[in-house]
Ligand binder design. Structure first.
Ligand code: CP3
Length: 362
């Protein structure tokens, strides 16, 4: 700030320019002229354009070819005019650089060929820099950013949280009860700590690299800690690693969304691990969740993705319910409370986006 005699006061600090996009403004709890909206898994099998590409390429081919990943990222933006793009990838590819063999088997979901079963396996895991192991995703971010910057639509980068990634690495794929993961955690606490430590190193580096490549916000997905663990185990075995991860992400210089699924019994503690914005899952009423984490924290959420399978009057009723619970307070990003499912009619996505816009324009 300039003082009266024209000399710049020494105490002045440069103030970062206010973002202009509605999404980034809401992440900073700034005034918006309408509520921003984007959707978890907004790119995917519910879209005919995506299914057409998948007939020619595997999921990992799409992820590892920057031009194709960028194309898929942009599809829902072109079709529905969402307020943010999320780079097309998955949470699991960073595990490949660590030495795990990843494949997506048709109809079965992810499969890891050499799952972790001993402390020695943990010690053999590599921690390569993201520029080496995740270069195609970083390049996809650069392409998407060039495309979307003129439209002021930001790109979101993302990664999995340590527990969620550890669960895939130990189970060798998806799991119902996470028993192998919990048995390892309880029997080998020192190796568990080393495993989560390595995951924090790799994910923090990857997320910061995504911000450097042009991601204007980052989201951390902790999909399974809340399903697998009670509060005491979460606090003891997971929260320290999450706190370390969010702490490191301060260096990214962009807002971070902490999306922890199924943590209703310890939402306050999960939110306290860090992140600027808290993603609320579909199981909690938005107003109650917001009160529990504090009105000064921006929130993202939380329509049940199943609502998109309902006829329009029911879907509209449920969208309005989320908006009413948000109450027009600053700092709300409209989203689903978990990913869109493949059966979602694209027309309902279109109507949802238009309705959120119409209802919240001020
Ligand atoms: O548009 C977007 O949201 C970006 C893309 C994205 C994908 N996966 C693509 C994908 C994102 C953000 C993810 C995150 C992800 N992946 C999570 C965290 C979010 C959550 O849903 O809780 C998790 C747990 C995974 C792991 C994963 N990936 C599973 C269990 C599966 C198989 C089940 C399924 O939905 O098919 C995947 C595959 C996957 N990742 C698909 C997509 C579009 C389907 C792949 C296909 O085309 O066959």
């Amino acid at each position: 700030m300039a003082s009266a005699d024209g000399v710049t006061a020494e105490t002045s600090t440069p103030v970062a320019a206010e973002p202009t996009s509605v999404f980034l403004r809401a992440c900073a709890r700034l005034r918006v002229d309408r509520t921003p909206v984007w959707l978890l898994r907004q790119a995917g099998r519910y879209q005919p354009e995506y299914r057409a590409l998948r007939e020619k390429h595997s999921l990992l081919e799409l992820v590892r070819t920057p031009e194709l990943a960028a194309q898929v990222t942009l599809q829902p933006i072109e079709s529905f005019g969402l307020d943010a793009a999320i780079v097309f990838s998955d949470i699991l590819p960073p595990l490949v650089g660590m030495g795990l063999e990843l494949d997506f088997a048709r109809g079965e979901g992810p499969v890891i060929g050499n799952a972790i079963s001993s402390p020695r396996d943990v010690d053999l895991l590599a921690t390569p820099p993201a520029e080496e192991s995740m270069a195609p995703t970083l390049e996809a971010i650069r392409i998407v950013r060039r495309e979307l910057e003129p439209r002021d639509v930001p790109v979101i980068g993302f990664a999995g949280a340590p527990f969620t990634l550890a669960s895939y690495a130990i189970e060798g794929g998806s799991s119902r009860d996470f028993m192998r993961t919990k048995a390892f955690m309880l029997s080998e606490p020192a190796a568990w700590k080393r495993l989560l430590g390595k995951l924090v190193t790799v994910q923090a580096d990857y997320l910061i690299a995504q911000a450097k490549a042009g991601a204007k916000a980052l989201q951390v997905f902790d999909s399974w800690a809340g399903r697998a663990l009670g509060r005491a185990d979460y606090l003891r075995y997971v929260a320290p690693a999450n706190r370390e991860l969010y702490g490191k992400l301060g260096a990214a210089g962009v807002p971070v969304v902490n999306f922890s699924l199924g943590v209703g019994t310890y939402l306050e503690q999960a939110a306290a691990c860090g992140g600027d914005v808290v993603g609320i899952d579909w199981q909690l009423p938005l107003d109650e969740a917001w009160e529990r984490i504090g009105a000064e924290r921006p929130v993202q959420g939380n329509l049940d993705p199943a609502a998109l399978l309902a006829p329009w009057p029911e879907l509209r009723f449920r969208i309005d319910d989320v908006l009413e619970r948000a109450g027009g307070r600053p700092g709300h990003v409209f989203n689903v409370g978990h990913g869109l499912v493949p059966q979602t009619p694209p027309d309902n996505v279109k109507r949802l986006v238009e309705h959120v816009r119409d209802r919240t324009s001020r």
